[in-house]
Write a protein that binds this ligand. Sequence first.
Ligand SMILES: [Zn+2]
Ligand SMILES: [Zn+2]
Length: 336
Amino acid sequence: MKAAVVREPKAPAVLEDRPVPEPKSGEVLIRVHACGVCHSDLMVQQGLFPFAKYPRVPGHEVAGVVEKVGPGVTWPQVGDRAGMPWLFSSCGHCKLCVQGDEVMCPFAEVTGVTKDGGYQEYMIAPAAYVAPIPDALDFAEAAPLMCAGLTVFNGLRNARFQPGQKVAIIGLGGLGHLGVLYAKAMGGRVAVISSSPDKEAEARGLGAEHFINTKAKKAADALKEWDGGADIILATAPSSEAATDAFPGLAPDGTLVVLGVGPGNITVSPMDLLGGRRHLMGSPSGSRKDIRATLDFSAHHRVLPHITKFSLEEAGKALELMHAGKLSGRAVLMLR
Ligand SMILES: [Zn+2]
Ligand SMILES: [Zn+2]
């Protein structure tokens, strides 16, 4: 089978011919139909995750079908539609796992980072961590929901979003465009903050009522003029500077949620925090309960990613385009 492999940090993703792996006890073999290309894959390729292991097959937005099950596996079954998100597995018995927050398990394995992911025709997954894909979603649509969709949907929930609130979204990439769609579908009002003025038409097309071009105006000033500020800011772009600049534009009791990791630090003034009783928080991907909720919500409300399809052979090219900021929506590798 074909697999796109990053052999060591900073090496390009190259195609290798590998034997189809055999599922062991408790594992399943997934035939990958589609795999989204996430900014984290670029970080694996660039060697920016200290916990990543190499050589590595990236990809944690996997959508496919169970091809084979290992000994003792009763669920899922051969032929079931199955996805794999960021969380590959967790210990199952620490405090965080037991309370349903397994994504923060200190012993978690990560798909495409510490275990081989979906940039290959077949991948091994622990049966218990597979996400069932609703019939209403096709594979190419479902793949980006495994990370980009889960991250923004769960970020809104973790920030205690309420219908009617104003949500500002920094960046209109793979996460950001889904952020607009989720916030709208959940009953929010949406603004997009971007340093690319040419993104305005796309933002408005997705349903944003307000577009803030940070080249023309400071994000915080523009947000304060939006009926007193944003209730939630989703920082999806990997830019600490953009999050720092937007933070003072939160309404009182507002929350900025960090969803993308950029270099440097986000800084906030104690006065901005205290005076407006504001919050700064992060939200990592999600646990098994969260990916199921994301997929169900997306299927019922037709929240679907805007995608550009690539072949597995083009994995390296897709990562380069992402690095150059030249992708719109989500890139998806199609393997079938
Ligand atoms: Zn991701
Ligand atoms: Zn655990």
